[in-house]
Structures are given as structure tokens and as C-alpha cells.
Design a binder for this molecule. Structure first.
Ligand SMILES: [Zn+2]
Length: 522
């Protein structure tokens, strides 16, 4: 105990001597006797009440005045804050349409506290608004792009410190002589150079911000745009765009990861034909993969090698993929119903190859089933699957180069359960079926995500039902809906299948968007 506490205690004792206490005690006894005797007399009761009020005011002024004023000030401040937060809360509720009014009413009381606390952090929000915050994107604001991209030629020089990305884009204005600037998305990129029709632009010819590269004056007709950027996949911990993990280069571009690779119109309605040249150290990265068909590969000086991939079908940039690393493959073939032979490869770290038997069976079954049931034949000569332990998106349907987390591909009879085998069959099928529902026929914008996901989930549910037990599959799907989608729809994370706006699209890869399909409803 410190000095200040000792002084306070001594003052308290000196202001209450023993004689005074005795007098107070006698008064109390006297009042009690009078209460018993005159408790029915109204004049007496009024006088007693008056004495009590006067005493209370006297003692509070004399002994507790500073503390009381202070606490009153605090109370007033708190009431003011509470009113302020309550007003904000009310306006928040007016803007927020809760899907289940009865549940909302039941939770009103507990939510009030949460909402009030949330409004206390307004100074922080002001600070954040000064930064380059991502903007909310609204479905109602959709408009056609002012420029389309016809071809996209990429060249990656993979390095240990940095990776240089060369892109050459054929640009077509939607309207000849378009007066609008071309706005390209780009995040965490180092811009090296920009050329329009082979002429390098000076710094005053473009506007560079943390999220965009804007080209204000452009040729009136078709032109080529060449951009060189540098990126650091080794330092990319977002696992979006191109990143390096466990010695392998890997990409994840859905929904908006391509903007971390190079400057581009990163939106699904910009579809172009891609070629991709990859150059890297041959001993460190013996396998170089991208979308489409392998059209050329060879050795270079300095222990390097290269591969050139060509995808003949137009695609949005979220389906671009690149993998480079030390991988080995299980190889097989599939003969399509029109008689073409498609090479199938499942790439994994060497020790995992023996556990890819069931994944290869699942892939071939999915290819056959899509032909038999939907009449959809695979459209390229090669189909690659990569399974690596560091892929955090589960699985991704990049055109002809599906990337999976290992746990969704690898199985062996010693360790895997029946449920594991069924899950692998379903997810391999799901990503393969996206080749038509999602890749060849894609979304206009991200608000339509459920069109590709809901339909493809329906297709993989049908596939699994045909391959195994329809009844068991149906029970499992309904159980998943009831256990995950229903609670989401009844809680604060409830959202429409087609959202009205988003800030970060990744937040909408939900059970509602994926599993609320026609099969689930009926
Ligand atoms: Zn999907």
C-alpha cells in the first residue's frame, strides 16, 4: 500500500469519534419507536421523508461532492455515447434487412450490446478511410468494359529473389475511338515498363496508384500493350497470385488473384486466348506447367530450361495457372467418344504418387460420365492435376491444370476411409465438370458466382449418386444443408445466393452460394 492510501484512512477515522456514533445509535432507536407508534400518521411520515432527503443532500455535498460530480459527468457522457451508438444502431438496422424477423426479435437484446461496442471504434475507421481502401462493388453498377483483350502472351522468368513477368496484350476498344481511359488492376506489383504499339510510355503518360494503372490516351483502334512487372512470389504470403511454397511455384487467381501477377482488367467478362512461356532453373524446377497444350520446351544456357503452353480457348484471367517445381506424375490416357486420346497426368511430390490411384480412377470416371449424361466431351489433348500440400483453396478448376490440396487427392487402403474415397471422387468430378460449367461457359461478373458453383455442385452430386448410392448421397447432402447452410441463413452471415454488393469477393465462397441449387431446393 502506498502513502496516499494511509492518509485517506486516518482522515476517515478522525471524522467519526466514538461519542458521535453513540448519539447516532440512540437516534436510530428513537426513530424506530416513533415509526412503530405513528406509522399511520401522514404528517409524521412526510416529516420523516423530508428529514431523510435533507440529510442525503447534506452528506453527499459534504463528503462525496468531488466524486459525485465526476461520476455524474461520466454518466452524462455515457448516456450521450449510448444515445449516439443507439442512433447508429437504429440506422444500421434500417439499412440491414434481416431475413428472419422472428429470430431477429429474439436476439435484439443481446445484439444491442455488440452493436454499441462496434460503434465505439469509429476513430479507427476514420484513420483507415484515409488509406487506399478497397471499394464496395455493386451489382447495379455493372457496365460493359470499354476495352476487350483478344490475346494475352505471358513470359515468366522465375527467379530466387524476384520473378519478372512480361505480358503482351492485344487490346480492342469496344467502341472505335473510345475516349475512355484503360484502367488495369494491379496489386503488390513493381512496374518496370509500359509500351503501347512498341513505344515505351513515359511516367507522365500513365497514372500509377496502389491498386491501378491507368492509361488515359490510347490509339483509336486495335493496339498492343506490353507491360513488364516484377513480383516476389517468395514473399507472397497471401497465397493469391503467384507464390512459392515448399520449393514449388504455384498460382491461385480466383477470384481476384491475377492482379498480383501483372496489370490486367481482372474481371470475368474479359476473356482472351493465352500463351504462357515459363523459364526457370532446370534442377530446381524440372516441371513447368500452365494451361492448355504444351507446344514447345527445351534447354537454355546456365542450367535453365523453358516450356511454352498454349490454350486455344478464350478464358478469364481467374482460370490462369502456373506450377513449377519438383513433381512426379501418374500417367494415363482417356479416349473420348469421338476417338481422341487425351493424356492424363496427376502431379505430386514423388512420395505421394502411389496414393493417386483412386484420383486417376475418379478423373476417368468423371470424363466418361460427363459424356454419357450431359454429352460433354473434353476439349483438349492433355489434362493435368497437381496435388500439393500447400494449396489453401481446397481445389481449383484452372483450365486443364486443376490444382488441389493433397488431402483431396491422396488415398491409400491403409489409411483412407470410405468417406475419404467418396469425397475424392466428388471433388475430382466437381473440378473436372467446371471445364464446361464455369470455364468454357463462364460468369459475366462475380455476382453470378452461384451460376457456375450451384450448377457444378448439382452435377457432382448427380455424378456421386450414379457412382455410389443415390440415397446415401442425398441424405449426406441434405445433412450438410441442415448443419451448415441453414444456420448460416438464420444467422448474421445470411446473404442472398446472388449478393448485391461485395468488398472482397472471397467472402462469398459460402455454403449458401455453393449448395443452394435446384437439387437442394426440390
Ligand atoms: Zn466449384
Amino acid at each position: 500500500m502506498g502513502d496516499a492510501g494511509t492518509v485517506l484512512l486516518s482522515n476517515l477515522y478522525s471524522s467519526t469519534p466514538l461519542g458521535k456514533r453513540q448519539r447516532v445509535f440512540l437516534c436510530v432507536i428513537l426513530v424506530m419507536i416513533m415509526l412503530i407508534k405513528f406509522s399511520r400518521n401522514p404528517v409524521f411520515l412526510f416529516l420523516l421523508h423530508l428529514i431523510g432527503v435533507i440529510s442525503a443532500i447534506h452528506f453527499s455535498q459534504k463528503l462525496q461532492a468531488p466524486c459525485c460530480v465526476s461520476s455524474l459527468k461520466h454518466s452524462a457522457k455515457n448516456i450521450s455515447r449510448y444515445r449516439q451508438s443507439l442512433n447508429l444502431e437504429v440506422s444500421h438496422r434500417r439499412n440491414y434487412r434481416f431475413p428472419h424477423p422472428s429470430l431477429y426479435r429474439a436476439k435484439q437484446v443481446s445484439r444491442r450490446f455488440v452493436c454499441s461496442v462496434a460503434t465505439e471504434s469509429s476513430p479507427k475507421q476514420v484513420e483507415e478511410s484515409k488509406m487506399d481502401m478497397p471499394k464496395e462493388i455493386f451489382l447495379k453498377d455493372y457496365k460493359l468494359p470499354d476495352y476487350y483483350f483478344d490475346t494475352m502472351d505471358l513470359n515468366f522468368l522465375l527467379g530466387e529473389e524476384k520473378t519478372t513477368v512480361y505480358s503482351k496484350i492485344t487490346v480492342l476498344p469496344r467502341v472505335e475511338g473510345s475516349p475512355f481511359p484503360l484502367v488495369l488492376d494491379g496489386v503488390d506489383l513493381k512496374l518496370v515498363s509500359v509500351k503501347v504499339n512498341s513505344k515505351e510510355l513515359k511516367e507522365e503518360d500513365y497514372v500509377l496508384s496502389p491498386r491501378h494503372l491507368t492509361l488515359p490516351s490510347l490509339p483509336s483502334g486495335e493496339f498492343t500493350l506490353e507491360i513488364v512487372t516484377e513480383i516476389c512470389p517468395q514473399k507472397n504470403t497471401s497465397l493469391e497470385g503467384l507464390y512459392k511454397s515448399s520449393g514449388n511455384f504455384c498460382t491461385q487467381c480466383e477470384a481476384e488473384g491475377f492482379r498480383k501477377i501483372t496489370f490486367y482488367q481482372d474481371r470475368p467478362d474479359i476473356m482472351a486466348k493465352y500463351t504462357c512461356r515459363i523459364e526457370g532453373d532446370k534442377s530446381l524446377y524440372p516441371v513447368l506447367l500452365s494451361n492448355g497444350n504444351l507446344i514447345e520446351h527445351g534447354d537454355l544456357e546456365g542450367g535453365k530450361h523453358y516450356a511454352i503452353w498454349e490454350d486455344p480457348f478464350k478464358k478469364p484471367c481467374y482460370l490462369f495457372a502456373l506450377v513449377a517445381g519438383q513433381l512426379e506424375s501418374r500417367d494415363d490416357t482417356f479416349v473420348t467418344r469421338s476417338g481422341r486420346t487425351v493424356s492424363l497426368r496427376i502431379w505430386t511430390p514423388a512420395q505421394d504418387v502411389p496414393r493417386t490411384v483412386h484420383a486417376m480412377y475418379s478423373l476417368k470416371a468423371a470424363m466418361k460420365w460427363d459424356e454419357d449424361v450431359f454429352g460433354l466431351e473434353y476439349d483438349l489433348d492433355l489434362f493435368n492435376i497437381v496435388a500439393v500440400p500447400d494449396f489453401n483453396m481446397g481445389a481449383m478448376e484452372n483450365k486443364s491444370l486443376n490444382i488441389f490440396n493433397s488431402k483431396l487427392v491422396l488415398a491409400s487402403p491403409e489409411t483412407a476411409t470410405d468417406a475419404d474415397y467418396a469425397a475424392i471422387l466428388g471433388v475430382i468430378g466437381h473440378e473436372y465438370f467446371h471445364n464446361w460449367t464455369g470455364n468454357r461457359v463462364t460468369c459475366r461478373d462475380w455476382f453470378q458466382l452461384s451460376l457456375k458453383e450451384g450448377l457444378t455442385v448439382f452435377r457432382d452430386q448427380e455424378f456421386s449418386s450414379d457412382m455410389g448410392s443415390r440415397t446415401v448421397k442425398r441424405i449426406a447432402d441434405v445433412s450438410r444443408l441442415r448443419n451448415y447452410q441453414f444456420p448460416q441463413d438464420a444467422g448474421p452471415m445470411a446473404h442472398p445466393v446472388r449478393p448485391h454488393s461485395y468488398i472482397k469477393m472471397d467472402n462469398f465462397y459460402t455454403v449458401t452460394v455453393h449448395f443452394t441449387n435446384l437439387f437442394a431446393i426440390f
